[in-house]
Ligand binder design. Structure first.
Ligand SMILES: [Zn+2]
Length: 288
């Protein structure tokens, strides 16, 4: 799933391409695409796109009084659409703009199309009042932004929530914008076990995790900003993530995995756990 760096760079690309365009209409292609009833999308019609912003892993299309909040989930994409076909493949919703004249005199009629391949249909759009966007669902319960969280905020959140640090990092209510890949990378860079308890990390652990969050995000954002479109997961920088069995770039030990039904925790035993091999939940039940 795209995380904060991919979403942020994409928001910047969309702003550059579409800011200033006037919304003509919003067209959902199925009844699950629009998650809200009030305010109606037509409250944004006739307004210019101010900016495509971001909060956590959500894109925010800001039109004067109304903001459309878009979540891409796993396979969603929000891309320029010149074809305007009646039934686009994987189409969830379309933002149709009034055509504008290009410098060469031709018309730019491109829309923005939200697609999601597969049958899950989890990507979606929330239409919210711009004044209350950050305090309305789905953004209301997001934790502080990962890129700007301070060590003091992190320390307070660790103290208040006894969790495995990998689970904490992926919990959007605790810290917003990090997913499975960055959680694996951050734990490795901080030289901390993904299963370490947040309350037992101490001041050194807090500053290691804080520094790892900032540097991992900065590197991913830098690489993502050099692209013309959002990367696929295999193109994103990783020392640990999806590298089970490959050598750790820092010490050469084999990258290890703890498998869960929906995801894999990757780590390096030499760098992170003093050589201890972590057991997954299902296995350790039998070992007790
Ligand atoms: Zn290592």
């Amino acid at each position: 799933m795209p995380e904060m760096p991919e979403i942020q760079a994409h928001a910047e690309r969309l702003t550059e391409r579409f800011a200033g365009r006037t919304l003509e209409k919003f067209v959902p292609f199925n009844f699950t695409a629009l998650k809200t009833a009030v305010p109606a999308p037509d409250t944004a019609y006739g307004h210019q796109l101010i900016e495509v912003g971001r909060r956590g892993k959500y894109l925010l299309l800001q039109f004067g009084p109304t903001t459309f909040v878009v979540h891409l989930m796993q396979g969603g994409r929000l891309l320029a659409d010149d074809k305007l076909s009646a039934k686009p493949r994987g189409g969830q919703a379309r933002f149709v703009f009034e055509p504008v004249e290009r410098p060469d005199g031709t018309l730019d009629g491109a829309a923005l199309l939200l697609t999601e391949q597969g049958k899950e249909r989890r990507a979606g759009v929330w239409c919210v009042s711009a004044d209350h966007a950050l305090s309305s669902p789905p953004l209301a319960h997001l934790g502080p932004e990962a890129a700007s969280i301070t060590d003091d905020e992190l320390s307070a959140a660790f103290a208040a929530n006894s969790m495995r640090v990998h689970g904490f990092l992926r919990d959007q209510r605790m810290i917003a914008g990090i997913g499975r890949r960055l959680a694996n990378e951050i734990c490795h860079r901080a030289r901390i076990s993904p299963f370490a308890n947040t309350r037992k990390l101490g001041a050194d652990g807090v500053s290691s995790v804080g520094e790892a969050i900032r540097s991992c995000i900065a590197e991913s954002l830098e690489s993502e900003r050099h692209r013309d479109d959002m990367s696929s997961s295999k193109d994103r920088p990783s020392a640990m993530h999806s590298r089970t069995g490959e050598p750790c770039p820092d010490c050469g030990d084999a990258v290890r995995a703890v498998e869960y039904s929906g995801y894999t925790v990757n780590y390096c035993a030499t760098c992170q756990t003093g050589g201890k091999v972590l057991a997954d939940n299902t296995t350790s039940k039998f070992l007790k």
